[in-house]
Write a protein that binds this ligand. Structure first.
Ligand SMILES: Cc1ncc(COP(=O)(O)O)c(C=O)c1O
Length: 376
């Protein structure tokens, strides 16, 4: 049995209890962010006055250039702002379905990615992370697109620049579209090489989804950016027009300010928070037999492997709920073979350190109690 869709479980956690479930940032504002929030009234007036496209380009430039993405098509017709990265994803899924019947998708990954592709009638072929590095020569010929999440959720795995060059060239040679979700890029400098330059140089048809929503605790004031290449023949602009006119210029102004603050030390501050929370989680849960699966990950979630005595991830998740602590059981990330995630739980790290420590203590206690019960 699995517990259900990941977002359904995340919603339960929003309702009550200690929420280390969803990957949205929920830590206290930094000093710099608080000062920006204090300016909201002035930003509102500015948003009402200035031309929208000027505000939008400024936000896209500040965000993407701040993350090393100087080749991104800022200022052209091939970069759109969406309410969220999931809206961008749905647009991509729809346009891919107009072009092909089958997509090769990274496995595991956050389950709303396969779900949105499946909802558009696409067949999915699971591809393990390392295979994006080794080559995909054995993909069935009917696969018309390759979709990779990097950094990947929940593992934190990053596709390096060399492997991306090879993958993109192979997509160009074989006429496949390369689609990327880089929503967690802001948390890992290893993902901040200029992806767009590589994609453009490759000659491939490509599409990239970026996200401001994983970085700053802004109560869901965020945007997803959807970019595509000169050669990309998907009807993205048309699909976008069916969904929205534009995101709020107030949100875009906020993004500009936050991106500048982040480049000015905010990204380093976030990395320190995540590193400290990851370390504390490992130190508190390790003695209870939980193993940090990817200690080298830099993203705002961590996977813990449970000792055998804890049963399946979903069983452990339900036991934790009795203590009002919400994590995510990892079965659903493994969208093609749920059982592959059956021993792992995911803990969100973009939280106040005391929240992560409290959750870690509960995890350790529940694990220890389960082992003691077993010995009896
Ligand atoms: C890799 C990845 N991309 C996209 C999303 C969707 O983000 P949002 O809920 O802000 O649309 C998620 C959600 O956690 C995710 O993990």
């Amino acid at each position: 049995m699995t517990a259900g869709k990941l977002t359904t479980l995340e919603n339960r956690a929003i309702a009550h209890g200690l929420n280390v479930s969803d990957g949205h940032p929920r830590m206290p504002l930094t000093r710099g962010q608080r000062a920006i929030v204090a300016e909201l009234g002035d930003l509102f007036d500015e948003a009402a006055k200035r031309p929208f496209h000027e505000i939008e380009q400024e936000a896209q430039r500040a965000f993407l250039h701040g993350l090393g993405q100087h080749g991104a098509p800022v200022g052209g017709e091939r970069l759109l702002s969406c309410y969220s990265s999931s809206v961008a994803m749905d647009i991509v899924a729809r346009t891919l379905a107009e072009r092909t019947g089958s997509v090769a998708l990274i496995h595991p990954t956050f389950d709303n990615i396969p779900d949105l592709l499946l909802a558009r009638g696409l067949d999915l072929v699971p591809v393990a992370e390392r295979r994006f590095e080794e080559g995909l020569a054995d993909l069935p010929p009917e696969v018309g697109a390759v979709f990779v999440t990097t950094p990947n959720n929940p593992t934190g795995w990053v596709l390096g620049s060399g492997p991306l060059e090879r993958l993109a060239s192979w997509c160009a040679e074989t006429g496949r579209i390369l689609a990327m979700d880089t929503c967690f890029r802001g948390q890992d400098v290893r993902a901040q090489y200029d992806t767009y330059r590589i994609l453009d140089d490759s000659g491939a048809e490509w599409v990239v989804i970026e996200d401001t929503g994983k970085l700053w605790p802004m109560l869901e004031l965020k945007a997803g950016f959807l970019a595509w290449g000169e050669r990309t023949e998907l009807e993205i602009a048309e699909a976008f027009d069916d969904v929205l006119l534009s995101v709020s210029p107030l949100v875009l102004l906020l993004i500009t300010r936050l991106a500048r603050d982040a480049s000015d030390g905010g990204y380093a501050e976030l990395a320190r928070l995540l590193e400290g929370n990851r370390r504390a989680l490992g130190e508190i849960t390790g003695p209870a037999g939980l193993v940090m699966k990817e200690p080298d990950s830099r993203i705002s979630v961590a996977q813990l492997e449970l000792p055998e005595s804890c049963g399946t991830a979903t069983e452990f998740y339900i036991r934790l709920l009795e203590h009002n602590v919400h994590v995510l059981p990892c079965e659903a990330f493994h969208w093609a073979r749920n059982s592959d995630g059956g021993r792992d739980v995911r803990v969100a790290l973009a939280r106040a350190p005391e929240e992560v420590r409290a959750a870690a203590t509960a995890l350790a206690e529940v694990s220890a109690r389960t082992r003691a019960d077993e010995r009896r």
